[in-house]
Design a protein around this ligand. Structure first.
Ligand code: ADE
Length: 226
């Protein structure tokens, strides 16, 4: 899978993508992430990519031309399944969307800044608009990093234990159960006996119950989602 990202501050994401699980995904050739600096695609002086908004009001807007230059230049080499704009007024990102996107071959992510991007780019080039939560960030970069992480770890072969992504919270509309590791007794706080029993059927049943209980207590809203 390939994910291309257009940003005015690609440096913000560089370190993130060269560490973490994504480093391994890249080394194994399972995921390619390319960062593109929007300023490389502007014909305006001094690398200008934003301007005042028509109609007045505080805040700069990212201009259509540099964005379209960048998108069209990248589209010459790649056919994207989706061109995604990161924005607080987009659809809320969740595990289901991560699952769906992990099945695509090529994605282009556009990080906005300032007051947003010229609406005409959204109307004519963007196929999906995604928010990572109901709060406003100063740019889409953190959102892009969140998306690439959530998508990247789902690609077959990225995680060592292939089943572990399936056991994550939010898969099957359930939060993950509690987990324990050594020692069995820490300060008198004991690991539940069942987990030490070696009875896999009983352990699975216990985990399912614990997941259900946790979800009912914390996120009853996700239990009956599609
Ligand atoms: N850019 C600014 N705020 C954002 C958010 N909540 N999600 C995605 N991109 C954003």
């Amino acid at each position: 899978m390939k994910i291309d990202i257009i940003s005015v501050v690609p440096e913000l994401m560089e370190s993130f993508f060269s560490h973490s699980i994504l480093k391994r995904a890249k080394e194994k050739g399972l995921l390619e992430v390319n960062l593109f600096n929007l300023r490389d695609y502007t014909n305006y002086k001094h690398g200008q990519v934003d301007d005042y908004q028509f109609g007045g009001g505080a805040g700069l807007v990212m201009m259509a031309e540099p964005l379209v230059n960048a998108i069209e230049a990248l589209q010459k080499n790649t056919t994207y399944d989706d061109v995604i704009f990161l924005t607080p007024d987009g659809e809320n990102f969740n595990q289901k969307i991560a699952n769906q996107l992990s099945l695509k071959n090529n994605l282009l992510l556009i990080c906005g800044h300032y007051k947003g991007i010229d609406q005409r780019v959204r109307d004519h080039f963007i196929t999906k608009e995604i928010s990572i939560g109901d709060y406003v960030l100063s740019g889409g970069e953190l959102g892009a990093a969140v998306m690439v992480d959530a998508i990247g770890r789902l690609l077959p072969g990225v995680l060592n234990d292939e089943t572990s992504a399936l056991m994550d919270s939010y898969q099957d509309n359930l939060l993950a159960p509690p987990v324990y590791t050594r020692p069995e007794d820490f300060r008198g706080w004991k690991v539940p006996d069942i987990l030490l029993s070696g009875n896999h059927a009983k352990i699975e049943a216990w985990r399912h119950e614990a997941s259900l209980k946790r979800t009912q207590e914390r996120r009853p809203d996700i239990l009956n989602e599609d």
